[in-house]
Design a protein around this ligand. Sequence first.
Ligand code: 3HC
Length: 311
Amino acid sequence: MALFNSLSTRTFSQSARMSAAIQNVTVIGSGLMGAGIAQVAAQTGHKVTMVDIDDAAVEKAQKRIGDSIQRIAKKKFGGESAEANKFISDAIGRLTISTDAVSSVGSADLVVEAIVENLDVKKKLFTQLDQAAPSHTIFASNTSSLSIAKIADATNRKDRFGGLHFFNPVPVMKLLEVVRIPETSQETYEAMCGWGKAMGKVTVACKDTPGFIVNRLLVPYMYEAVRILERGDASVRDIDTSMKLGAGYPMGPFELMDYVGLDTGKFIVDGWHKEYPDMPLFEPSPLIEKLVQEGKLGVKTGEGFYKYNKK
Ligand code: 3HC
């Protein structure tokens, strides 16, 4: 089934919208997180524009969304049916793609940024968007470890700025961390929480602190697992089995690191280590350094701690 209009058509239907406050959403970045956020927003009745730098990137995201939305429809409607097909075509119909970030925010109620984890690149983007977006538009970053306040510094709308941190895979994981900086207005905070609920997520509030809630716990946990391995105390498989069967986690720490990407974990820890050099939990791992250098980043490269069939 051809799920998407061609890149040149770029149309979307005037479908019903669910969130009264936030109806038009622009998602900048179409990687794993950006595509997932755009997909769920479209599935839940929002008009969405998904932006990336070139057609190849958005085409890859369209394929990922197409596959994922079929799985969601199958789960929701129990297989191929007229209802399932309508759900898919309605959602896809609400999704427009673009390679021009500045022109894509003209009617946005909310902009969610999910681009590369580089503070300067994010600030440059938000400075441009700040001039192009209507005054009511809320800006949010899906950063997993950078300071929301430092990103917001690039704009003149700190009262309409916050963090919206989703989890991979976005269509499945129910949590949304809503992050406020001191300047975030109550109205903005409530609008972000309301949108999260309209997206079918459970929202939790967190201050602008490194890793927010989940990554602050999860990343040191994963690195502690690597340190057990580095000391030779237990094997990858046995550590994973232990955490799945002994602690009820859906994936072991090594499976999870491969799933998230070793480069992502390394980026987060490097940033924290630089800022808090005396924190033992934020110590980089020689084994992860080596694997990343070898290009063994996990599922996406076909090898990390485990080997995978390359997709
Ligand atoms: N899109 C749509 N549906 C998906 C999907 C996707 N991308 N991935 C999985 N699913 C669905 C499957 O279709 C399946 O549906 P079913 O129940 O109807 O059969 C269901 O989810 C379970 O999937 P699988 O049977 O393939 O495999 P699992 O049972 O192992 O579940 C998992 C996969 C949901 C990923 C589960 O292993 C899990 O919860 N793992 C932990 C993930 C996690 O911790 N994520 C957070 C990472 S940290 C993060 O994202 C923060 C960032 O800042 C780094």
